[in-house]
Design a binder for this molecule. Structure first.
Ligand SMILES: C[S@@+](CC[C@H](N)C(=O)[O-])C[C@H]1O[C@@H](n2cnc3c(N)ncnc32)[C@H](O)[C@@H]1O
Length: 333
């Protein structure tokens, strides 16, 4: 990518090349040193000439290094495409641009014309119904969320200040990565992770690995039906942005019903500015992602205030943007 116009024309090619690399597991295969495309093609049962072109494109992107005509090694920058490193974006890269997602992006123009999510048009069902009925894709989705939450957790834990609470319930808490960090930071804290059974699939393993399983309960359920009682803080990370206002309102109303009057609601989402500018690009693009994939949306402070107030909450605080993803902790009671 040398010029702005290259980026405008080929940005999607880069992400798709990276995602294909992740899906093929190439970075893991290069973990122990350089390999030829012939050797890799044999392992992957792939077409050698096509694979060599992919490896060469990755060399251009700085993710592999071409050490000889047909020898490629992983660079430090390419290391995050391995599946098991702490900074791995492997599952995220697969999830964001695999075939199921890609087909949904093919419906972007229709989504803008009709307001119907691209995923629904491409697959005939909402994203979450797709995941609950495709266990392999759901496993990648859960891992991707865990990778994202792991990177976001340090800043979020500081901003949440878990020492204020006795029991935190993570609504749609997935594999428990965030609550595990909160429980680690605050040794007297109890946790509850509430999610669909498919979302909780890896949660026991995550909590066990972090040594906090004895202080955290898993509650399978559907937040459109009801949310469990029994906590003094209710966390919603990357939940409201998955849904349009009507659905977000239903989730919030179910939280309101479950929460004691003194409990706190903590919404962890990115926040759109009233007037968009170049500094807001990541949030603005995630907003389009939500339009295509889930039918949800990012929101401005006024939009959060409005949906919270319709559900019976008063917004009491908004944090600054928290690196690396510019999440806000929006508090309400
Ligand atoms: C975008 S992910 C966020 C996961 C986690 N909070 C995080 O930030 O890493 C959305 C989560 O909502 C869960 N979810 C979706 N629909 C749900 C429902 N109806 N009831 C409960 N959980 C649901 C999904 O399984 C998934 O774990």
């Amino acid at each position: 990518m040398t010029t702005n116009q290259d980026q405008l024309l080929f940005g999607a090619t880069v992400t798709k090349v990276v995602s294909a690399t992740a899906e093929l597991g190439l970075a893991d295969l290069l973990e122990d040193g350089p390999r030829s495309s012939a050797e890799l093609a044999k392992i992957l049962d792939a077409d050698q000439r096509s694979l060599r072109r992919l490896l060469r494109a990755l060399a251009g992107l700085g993710l592999t290094r071409q050490t000889d005509t047909d020898m490629f090694e992983l660079t430090e920058a390419g290391g995050c495409l391995r599946s098991t490193t702490d900074d791995s974006i492997h599952a995220l890269s697969v999830m964001l641009w695999d075939k199921a997602s890609w087909l949904s992006w093919g419906e972007l123009v229709t989504a803008i014309r009709t307001g119907v999510p691209g995923w629904l048009q491409a697959h005939g069902m909402f994203w979450i119904d797709y995941y609950t009925s495709h266990p392999a894709a759901s496993a990648v989705f859960n891992k991707a969320m865990a990778q994202h939450s792991r990177a976001a957790a340090p800043g979020l834990v500081d901003a949440i200040r878990p020492e204020r609470f006795d029991t935190i319930l993570d609504v749609g808490g997935g594999d428990g990565t965030l609550i595990a960090e909160l429980l680690t930071a605050q040794s007297t804290l109890q946790g509850i992770v509430f999610d669909l059974p498919s979302g909780l699939e890896d949660a026991a393993t995550t909590l066990d690995a972090r040594g906090v399983a004895d202080r955290c309960r898993l509650e399978p359920g559907n937040f459109f039906d009801e949310v469990p009682k029994g906590a003094d803080a209710y966390l919603l990370k990357q939940i409201l942005h998955d849904w349009d206002d009507a659905a977000a309102l239903q989730i919030l109303r179910n939280c309101r019903t479950a929460m004691p009057p003194t409990a706190s609601l903590l919404v962890l989402d990115r926040m759109l500015p009233e007037l968009a500018g170049p500094n807001d690009v990541p949030t603005l693009l995630v907003d389009i992602h939500m339009l295509v994939v889930t039918g949800g949306r990012e929101r401005t402070e006024a939009e959060f205030r409005s949906v919270l107030s319709q559900a019976g909450f008063t917004m009491t605080a908004v944090s600054d943007a928290i690196p690396p993803y510019d999440y806000r902790v929006i508090e309400a009671s």
